[in-house]
Ligand binder design. Structure first.
Ligand SMILES: C[S@@+](CC[C@H](N)C(=O)[O-])C[C@H]1O[C@@H](n2cnc3c(N)ncnc32)[C@H](O)[C@@H]1O
Length: 252
């Protein structure tokens, strides 16, 4: 069995190489699932913009889709923007934590799935989304319109350049980081205050979980902030014994 995701009406098979057997499997998928109109393969996601490398296998050739999640609709081009339906549960979990009147910042917001789900499912006052990719930001703005949300601000640009210009502090910061070395915690601390909750994402091997805690604590000390880690969650397994994790902490 090949692992696959469904985004909108497209099935994405996670494969390094497409074999004849995979092509047969794609045709079976199209036949058995009437909601699937196209099948693509995705080998790896790389670079700062986290754009997947896709290859058409079967069905309709289309990459712009409408994906439904938690009562929200998300439009995006899977060939030009990062999006993972596997983070849907995490997005809803975060949205449920947001309290009435909160000011929320989503860094690395992509086509704005975290911002949109939070906007729909919580009583947040304002949600700022920062994303460097012009293409993802274009879809993010369209998604705000499609979901009829008035309290979301999409800011296209580099987190490092945008944060120093912001004249506000946030109650909650979602750091859905790309898989890069840079932690961007310095930027997060700049727009945090007493009580701010930060959701920090990382990619680690089981045996290195403690190192992430040290990394956060070290960065907090440098920024002269005191923190309390409240939760460490394995969001999903990305390779054997390697996890996409979320660390929740509070500024105290
Ligand atoms: C792993 S994706 C997450 C996207 C989105 N949060 C989601 O869940 O679909 C990381 C995103 O960070 C963006 N990115 C990378 N470096 C950035 C930077 N310095 N400032 C702003 N966005 C950045 C990429 O373009 C990409 O869309």
């Amino acid at each position: 069995m090949v692992a696959f995701d469904i985004i909108g009406n497209i099935a994405i098979l996670h494969l390094d190489k497409v074999t004849r057997q995979n092509k047969k499997f794609a045709k079976v998928l199209l036949k058995k699932h009437k909601n699937i109109k196209s099948v693509y393969s995705q080998s790896k996601i790389s670079g700062r913009l986290r754009i997947p490398k896709l290859r058409w296998i079967a069905g309709k050739k289309q990459t712009e889709i409408l994906h439904k999640e938690s009562g929200c609709v998300l439009k995006l081009d899977i060939n030009k923007c990062y999006f993972s339906p596997r983070l849907g549960t995490d997005r809803l979990e975060i949205a449920k934590k947001v309290k009435r009147g909160e000011k929320v910042l989503v860094m690395f917001s992509g086509v704005a799935p975290y911002g949109i789900v939070i906007g729909k499912k919580s009583k947040a006052k304002e949600i700022y989304c920062i994303e460097i990719s012009r293409m993802a930001s274009k879809y993010a703005k369209e998604n705000v319109r499609l979901n009829k949300l008035a309290n979301i601000k999409i800011i296209q640009g580099d987190v490092k350049r945008i944060i120093p210009k912001l004249k506000t502090k946030f109650d909650r910061i979602v750091m859905a980081r790309p898989q890069l070395k840079e932690t961007f915690l310095k930027e997060a601390f700049k727009v945090s205050k007493l009580g701010t909750i930060i959701h920090f994402y990382d990619f680690v091997k089981e045996q290195n979980l403690k190192e992430v805690e040290y990394k956060i604590t070290r960065e907090a000390e440098k920024a002269k902030k005191k923190i309390k880690i409240t939760k460490i969650k394995k969001v999903r397994e990305i390779a054997p014994y390697k996890y996409h994790i979320r660390i929740d902490f509070r500024i105290k």
